[in-house]
Design a protein around this ligand. Structure first.
Ligand SMILES: [Zn+2]
Length: 397
């Protein structure tokens, strides 16, 4: 398999402490001393130390993968802890790389951890990926996913892929020499805004545990050169149905990066290719956000205090109203139902629209303007900005 030719594990020694630590591996003939030396000689890069990166980092450290690189530049926040189990409550506000590194070295001090506290970009990706045998994609956005894929194809490295959303996950191993790459499967990114991120649509906390652990399993198998990998197969996992399905994947001979006549021979601008920013936070990305009239939360508060007559329209989903609500809101209409409820909104009145953080509401402002509403504005930053700047008694989510 892939790794066998690449590494020379004979030179690697295991100390008595390591032999004791890895005894449950060593007594399996499929691993044994030779396999454990392969793991120690193995070099794996994890892109992201979030939901998928958490079980990946911990299991690969525990398994004795000798050198693990981590790429992330985010800090730990409270809303990460529901699934990102490599980080703890004491780590809130710390760089994720720091807390991930600390946890992994606590699990196994006999490994080397390299940290790259930068966004992965077209300028640095080839340099960062180059030293590693296996690249594991634990990212949550399309630009970085295409970037990781193309860089892996150009460097000839296997790309252990995983993605998660709500109750569903996917995993595969893209290894362009033998099988398809991510672009063979998805030649074009989805239209911006069509596929919501976990920050927008939510994710079951244990889901990245399942998918990240499958990615860790595939990584260990690649390093050991054993078993049947997910090369050429896409695993589809549905947590609600508790079902695992497999789709056969074929290499696309016309693939622009791994096909017979590749047109893509260097890294491109992936944000432009996907039409979305690569490094979104919990904010919604809206294409129209900067182009519609807007109003700040303080100004909205002043208008309410003055007794101004205007429509304050909440376009979040009903389960979000349960979490927190602005008491002065006059209308609650989820974004997807806005066109059916135009009759409730008077074009002659001022309308201020808000959502969680300003993305969905910008889209609604855009839609309303297309339907003849001229006195409509987007409340910048949504109820999150309201909770921070106007009413700290409201919870944020
Ligand atoms: Zn391809």
């Amino acid at each position: 398999m892939i790794m066998k030719e690449r590494i020379a594990p004979e030179a690697i020694e295991l100390s008595h402490e390591e032999i004791k630590r890895y005894s449950r591996h060593l007594i399996m003939p499929e691993v044994g001393m030779e396999g454990q030396r392969r793991l120690k000689a193995g070099k794996v890069l994890l892109v992201g130390t979030g939901g998928l990166g958490s079980p990946l980092g911990m299991y690969l450290a525990a398994a004795g993968v000798g050198r693990i690189g981590l790429v992330d530049y985010d800090t730990v926040s409270e809303s990460n802890l529901q699934r990102q189990i490599i980080h703890g409550t004491k780590d809130i506000g710390r760089p994720k790389l720091e807390s991930a590194r600390e946890r992994m070295l606590d699990i196994n001090p006999y490994i080397q951890i390299d940290t790259y506290e930068v966004p992965l970009t077209s300028d640095n990706a080839l340099d960062i990926l180059e030293p590693y045998d296996v690249i594991v994609d634990g990212t949550d956005n399309f630009p970085t996913r295409y970037l990781v894929n193309d860089a892996c194809v150009l460097l000839g490295k296997p790309n252990v892929y995983g993605s998660i959303f709500r109750f569903e996950g996917q995993a595969s191993v893209f290894a362009a020499e033998e099988g398809p790459c991510y672009r063979c499967l998805f030649p074009e990114p989805p239209p911006p805004g069509l596929v919501p991120s976990c920050a927008e649509g939510g994710v079951l906390g244990v889901l990245p545990g399942t998918i990240g652990t499958i990615q860790a399993t595939e990584t260990v198998k690649l390093l050991l050169g054993i078993g049947e990998s997910l090369v050429g197969r896409l695993l589809l996992y549905d947590a609600l149905a508790m079902s695992f399905d497999f789709v056969k994947l074929r290499k696309n001979p016309a693939c622009p990066v791994c096909g017979e006549q590749p047109t893509l021979t260097e890294l491109i601008d992936y944000e432009q290719f996907c039409g979305v920013p690569a490094h979104d936070t919990s904010e919604f990305a809206s294409e129209v956000a900067g182009t519609v009239p807007q109003i700040g939360v303080q100004e909205v508060k002043e208008r309410i205090d003055r007794g101004d007559e205007f429509i304050l329209l909440d376009v979040r989903e009903p389960h979000e109203w349960e979490i927190a609500d602005i008491s002065a809101a006059t209308h609650h209409i989820p974004k997807g139902q806005i066109l059916e409820h135009l009759g409730e909104l008077d074009t002659a009145r001022d309308i201020v629209v808000y959502c969680k953080s300003g993305g969905r509401s910008a889209d609604v402002v855009h839609t309303l303007r297309e339907h003849g509403y001229t006195r409509v504005k987007n409340m910048v930053g949504g109820i999150t900005a309201w909770a921070k700047q106007v009413d700290p008694s409201l919870p944020t989510y």
